[in-house]
Design a protein around this ligand. Structure first.
Ligand code: FE
Ligand code: FE
Ligand code: ZN
Length: 275
């Protein structure tokens, strides 16, 4: 049994997402902690969080994978904007404390000029401060396509951030579209890519997957998601991923271009590939 789900709208609260997930055959899900293209967050609702937690436990769901806003760039060049982003991270992690034990995934950031090394140290600083209060959440760095000055397109960069923070509350979420676009050939050598991840970062840090096909070829550095089986990864790659023993317990989240009925079909498609 695999934990498979998709991105859901958080607008009706956490318990509503659990219900929706159930309806579409999911047993995990992802959601944005705030407006993904802005920074506004909804008012907190402790009763809704508690009810959702109880239901998740009862239904045996896998860990949830919350997603930080795309606009939260912890290594932006402007110091005020960087401070603001660091504050958003702190607030998100504090909010995650009402859904204890789940994951908070975010895009490490784009250094837009200061260079990878400076960018990494700025991300490390923000994470160290935000994690200091010891919230019950594991923060996941999303592996990126390496578009522009994006940090996280190389396993080495993820390792440098994890080592820099030095906390066991930091892990990695591998997005299949992103790592393919970054140049990791999971179509022809999934085992080799996982071995490389293990060598550089360590498989014990691998906490979640984003399952997306890609509109673009290997090492294109583009990041355009495609529906499962319709892109350059193809169904055979997802069959290998779904059945890979190393990936078995991880939450697998679809972020494909779909509405709910499309997600329901893709979840069923993936479950049909389980051996
Ligand atoms: Fe993402
Ligand atoms: Fe992703
Ligand atoms: Zn993406």
């Amino acid at each position: 049994m695999r934990y498979i789900g998709c991105h859901l709208s958080a607008s009706n609260g956490n318990l509503a997402m659990v219900r929706t997930a159930q309806e579409i055959g999911a047993n995990t899900f992802a959601f944005f902690t705030r407006n993904p293209r802005g920074s506004k967050a909804k008012a907190e609702d402790p009763a809704d969080c508690a009810a959702a937690m109880e239901e998740l436990k009862k239904l045996g769901f896998g860990k949830l994978v919350a997603h930080g806003a795309y606009t939260m760039n912890l290594c932006t060049a402007d110091p005020d904007a960087r401070k603001f982003a660091a504050g958003v991270l702190c607030d998100d992690l504090r909010r995650m404390a009402s859904l204890p034990g789940n994951f908070y995934n975010f895009h490490p950031g784009s250094h837009v000029g200061q260079g990878t090394e400076t960018g990494i140290s700025q991300i490390v600083d923000a994470l160290k401060k935000a994690l200091a209060p010891g919230y019950p959440v594991t923060v996941l760095l999303e592996a990126m396509a390496g578009k522009g000055s994006e940090i996280g397109g190389k396993f080495e960069e993820l390792k440098d951030i994890i080592e820099g923070v030095g906390s066991n509350q930091v892990g990695v979420c591998l997005d299949t579209c992103h790592i393919w676009d970054a140049g990791y050939d999971i179509v022809n050598d999934l085992d080799g890519v996982l071995q490389e991840f293990d060598r550089v970062v360590g498989l014990d840090k691998l906490c979640a997957l984003h399952l997306n096909d890609s509109k673009n070829p290997l090492a294109s550095h583009k990041d355009r998601h495609e529906c499962i089986g319709d892109g350059n990864l193809g169904l055979a790659t997802f069959e290998k991923i779904i059945n890979h023993p190393v990936l078995a317990g991880l939450p697998m989240i679809l972020e494909t271009p779909n509405e709910l009925p499309g997600y329901a079909r893709e979840i069923a498609l993936l479950r049909g590939l389980e051996k």
